[in-house]
Write a protein that binds this ligand. Sequence first.
Ligand SMILES: Cc1cc2nc3c(=O)[nH]c(=O)nc-3n(C[C@H](O)[C@H](O)[C@H](O)COP(=O)(O)OP(=O)(O)OC[C@H]3O[C@@H](n4cnc5c(N)ncnc54)[C@H](O)[C@@H]3O)c2cc1C
Length: 221
Amino acid sequence: MAFHPTATLSPEGHKESWDKLGSEHFDLVIIGGGYIGTELSGFLEGMGVETHLLVRKNRILRKFDPFITDAVTEELEKGGVNIHFNTSSKSFKRVDGGIEITFEDDTTAVFEKVLWVAGVTPNIEGLGLENTKVEVDDRGRIVSDAYECTTEDGVYAIGDVTGKLDLTPVAIRSRPSPVRSPLRREKRRPLGLRQCTDRRLQPSAHGHCGTYLKRRTGKIR
Ligand SMILES: Cc1cc2nc3c(=O)[nH]c(=O)nc-3n(C[C@H](O)[C@H](O)[C@H](O)COP(=O)(O)OP(=O)(O)OC[C@H]3O[C@@H](n4cnc5c(N)ncnc54)[C@H](O)[C@@H]3O)c2cc1C
């Protein structure tokens, strides 16, 4: 499914939607047992939405240690989230009262709303990349090396669009070397998992980059 963040709601639209959650009862199925599906299922259930979580395999958060997965599963179920393991959806159809899902075993169920969180595809259509040497992999992600350089000179790619590690600290800490400091590029170590792990509370990224740069270059009060 394509992810088009530019088409998201305005702040007023968001507020309206969240306000509605408290006053309107509806059922919702979340498709995808990764950390986003898991997090949102607990949150939405807590907001009074009848929440179903569809998980393709027999565990949520499959890359996490089992003792974490077990504890999260237990707490979610205790909170009222209906988790359906080993369940894959095959097709969707809009019907009266919501969306009908047909599962792999040909059974069907109707939910008022569906939230798909089983992966994202970068929104790169229309950028004109086909006119450049920028390589895109078979999952639609822009290929960039450890220094964020793409296969076209002077074009860099950082963050989720590269599919290296879809995490905020990664996007924040990735810096195209030639932009930041051409002379020191050779000395710079590529971004590794160690720098990307949140070892402390993550401050807001807003407004920090400029301050950081000024501090490093000595041009701050
Ligand atoms: C629900 C959810 C929860 C998450 N929780 C966590 C978490 O707890 N911890 C964590 O580390 N990570 C989390 N992530 C992942 C994190 O949000 C991303 O890794 C991070 O935002 C990536 O930053 P980015 O700048 O690469 O992309 P984004 O933050 O997605 O920013 C991309 C920007 O580009 C704009 N854009 C898109 N297409 C175009 C276009 N064609 N032209 C111009 N602009 C365009 C978009 O509007 C957007 O503003 C979560 C993600 C989601 C969806």
